[in-house]
Design a protein around this ligand. Structure first.
Ligand code: ADE
Length: 419
């Protein structure tokens, strides 16, 4: 059997069923897979991917494999792996996979090392951990790497910091920055899956609750919108005046976290920053407050400080750690402060990952075709790819739109005609 480290290979059959179920809602990726199978644009290219190991990711892996790529996959988060999918990738699709839900940090990094041992020519990251380790401790592998792609906001921020220091050693396409990625995946995907994670973990009623969302980027907007849709009273906290103003005009209450802390019943962070909920906030929260994170890393809630403040911690349900403080107040942290949508639920629905992963597949193809002329910087997804994906998605939904008449095209490209 090919190299792997998964929880239980006997889960493969269940994994195949989940992968095929997801595939039904991924029409754009299906079309790309069909073309890739005929054209083999990635023939023989070694790809090391570090992504959330879900049924949607499995469909991306099948697409790259159809394109001729020689792939190896590990988890991009210790708590996001679907163990049945990981088993299916190994046993049914022959893809070396290293991912176990609940793996400790040591295993997480061993799994990254395993995909790097594959000697990648292309890297595919969600959070930039592979790129970071390649640049820090596995530099001997850099000469083989022609390019990479990055899935998420946090990863793109890290890569731009690396580029800023003049240390990025190969071109990378920021898939996150495509419109068909962040306007849909971050907003509607995170919006729905975060609420799904909170509800699956707690079975809490959102109607009438005060729901505090930290941040007002695309992910947080989705979360605020969906929480409001379920009848919660939403408070937004921000550090950026422009985003805060948008939140105000979108109809939310906006205030500093220290003022929101005593009001909130449920808190979700999605800022990309550290200690967004900290000691000063835990100190004034209500008994029964629920706290979760939907940002990429588990740094947004200061859990070590909560552990110091607590006299005990119970697990009344899966993915719930209920801390009791000295004064008797209970504060529950969901999914150990890791992405609640992937830890306690299944991540974004397939229909939205369809577009994100279409961007991944087409960006990998673009990189293989164009790497020789690219600089060692972070690129955005070419506009034609972005727009083609939007068109294909609409088509798959049976929705047609207008096209410009010749008169309108000429009008839009002229400057002479005014009032
Ligand atoms: N990120 C968020 N949701 C995801 C999913 N379902 N699969 C892979 N990556 C994701």
């Amino acid at each position: 059997m090919i190299k792997h480290d998964v929880k239980n290979i006997n889960l493969a059959k269940k994994g195949v069923a989940h992968i095929e179920w997801a595939e039904q809602d991924m029409p754009v990726l299906r079309l790309i897979r069909k073309r890739f199978a005929a054209e083999k644009p990635l023939q023989g290219k070694r790809v090391s991917a570090c992504l959330h190991v879900t049924s949607e990711t499995a469909n991306l892996m099948r697409t790259l494999q159809a394109g001729g790529a020689d792939i190896c996959l590990c988890a991009s988060n210790p708590l996001s792996t679907q163990d049945d999918v990981a088993a299916a990738l190994v046993a049914e699709y022959g893809i070396p996979t290293f991912a176990i839900k609940g793996e400790d940090d040591d295993t997480y990094y061993k799994h990254i090392a395993a995909v790097l041992d594959h000697k990648p020519q292309l890297t595919m990251d969600d959070g930039a951990d592979v790129v970071s380790i390649l640049h820090k401790t596995r530099r001997e592998l850099l000469p083989d790497v022609i390019g990479g792609t990055e899935e998420t906001t946090t990863g793109v921020i890290r890569l731009r910091a690396l580029q800023q220091e003049g240390k990025l050693e190969y071109p990378i396409i920021a898939v996150n920055d495509a419109n068909t990625k962040h306007l849909f995946d971050n907003r509607y995907g995170t919006g729905q899956s975060t609420i799904d994670g909170v509800i699956r973990a707690t079975n809490a009623l959102l109607a009438g609750k005060t729901f505090v969302v930290a941040g007002y980027g695309w992910c947080s907007r989705g979360i605020a919108m969906r929480a409001q849709g379920l009848g919660a009273n939403v408070i937004v906290t921000e550090i950026d005046p422009l985003k805060a103003l948008e939140a105000v005009m979108d109809g939310y209450r906006v205030m500093p976290m220290v003022e929101a802390a005593p009001l909130g019943d449920i808190f979700v962070t999605s800022t990309g920053n550290i200690n967004v909920i900290d000691k000063a906030h835990f100190e004034v929260m209500k008994d029964g407050a629920i706290v979760a994170n939907s940002g990429h890393f588990n740094v947004e809630l200061n859990i070590p400080v909560l552990q110091e403040m607590a006299v005990k911690c119970d697990q009344p349900r899966g993915f719930v750690d209920q801390y009791t403080l000295a004064d008797g107040r209970r504060i529950s942290v969901l999914g150990e402060g890791r992405l609640v949508n992937l830890a306690a639920a299944e991540g974004h629905p397939s229909a939205v990952m369809d577009m994100s992963f279409a961007n991944q597949a087409l960006s990998a193809e673009y990189m293989v075709k164009n790497y020789a002329s690219l600089k060692k910087i972070v690129y955005t997804v070419p506009a034609e790819i972005d727009s083609d994906i939007a068109g294909l998605k609409l088509h798959s939904m049976g929705i047609s739109i207008d096209t410009l008449t010749e008169e309108q095209r000429v009008y839009l490209s002229s400057w002479e005609s005014g009032t």
